[in-house]
Design a protein around this ligand. Structure first.
Ligand SMILES: Cc1cc2nc3c(=O)[nH]c(=O)nc-3n(C[C@H](O)[C@H](O)[C@H](O)COP(=O)(O)OP(=O)(O)OC[C@H]3O[C@@H](n4cnc5c(N)ncnc54)[C@H](O)[C@@H]3O)c2cc1C
Length: 231
């Protein structure tokens, strides 16, 4: 049986939300423990963060994560790098209820719990997706994809801010980038669309439905339809 840890406030998630909360709890002198599978969260994928005060020229996700980690160290935020499997709320004796948080390595008991587990990229749920992912040809986060896309043709699926941000992030590294989106209009904020449209290496295809992905061991073939026309 793994060692049991006890804290007043447990926080699940290591993105900006829980880190901010944990720093403030620590500053207030409240015992707390942050549990996360990785420190930093989704913001590491960002090409350029421009809505954060204090950075008039914007800051990349990579640079922001370095500063965030510095801040975690400066305030001696206590954290463990573990994945939470499940949480129970139990009477541990004399009517004292506690959260029992079971991770992949141990159990943490706390009086209060803050959950900031963020969002997960949506899967396509189409044939061939799992194989392409296991062969490192398909990625759900730009951060993991970046080192693989140098001088490659890249397809980005989605028409929101994240798709456009990913395209701008890899524009100097990939050969050609196609943003493929189902709807006929992009949902991304205009500033990202304008920047992407100015790039010769970025093409935008609208009204496209994906059918399946085929991986022949070398090339990834995306089977898609645009208004009854197979692409
Ligand atoms: C490409 C991109 C660009 C962006 N650009 C901007 C921008 O310019 N400006 C802006 O304001 N926002 C931007 N965002 C959004 C921003 O990243 C999110 O709003 C922010 O990260 C949310 O923080 P969070 O702490 O709520 O969640 P997240 O950042 O998602 O963090 C959640 C954390 O919880 C952990 N976790 C989840 N489940 C478990 C579990 N069971 N056990 C342990 N740990 C777990 C995850 O590993 C992760 O570390 C961007 C996002 C992306 C992807």
């Amino acid at each position: 049986m793994a060692e049991k840890l006890e804290t007043v406030v447990a926080l699940i998630g290591g993105g900006p939300a829980c880190i901010t909360a944990s720093i403030q709890l620590t500053r207030a002198g409240l015992d707390n423990l942050l549990i996360t599978d990785e420190l930093g969260g989704k913001i590491k994928n960002a090409n350029l963060i421009e809505n954060l005060l204090g950075f008039p020229k914007g800051i990349s996700g990579d640079d922001f994560i370095q500063l965030l980690k510095q801040q975690v160290r400066k305030h001696s935020v206590e954290y463990i790098t573990q994945t939470v499997k499940y949480v129970e709320y139990k009477n541990v004796g004399t009517n004292a209820f506690r959260f029992i948080i079971t991770t992949d390595k141990e159990q943490v008991q706390s009086k209060y719990l803050i959950v900031g587990t963020g969002s997960k990229p949506k899967k396509l749920e189409i044939e061939g997706e799992e194989e392409a992912y296991s062969k490192k040809r398909l990625f759900y986060e730009n951060y993991n994809a970046r080192k693989h896309v140098k001088e490659k043709n890249v397809i980005i699926i989605g028409g929101g801010d994240i798709a456009y941000d990913y395209a701008l992030n890899i524009k100097d590294s990939a050969s050609n980038i196609s943003i493929i989106q189902r709807s006929s209009i992009s949902k991304s904020i205009p500033i990202l669309q304008t920047r992407a449209q100015k790039e010769e290496s970025i093409k935008i295809l609208t009204g496209v439905n994906l059918n399946k992905i085929k991986f022949d061991g070398k090339t990834l073939v995306i089977n898609a339809k645009k208004k009854d026309r197979t692409l």
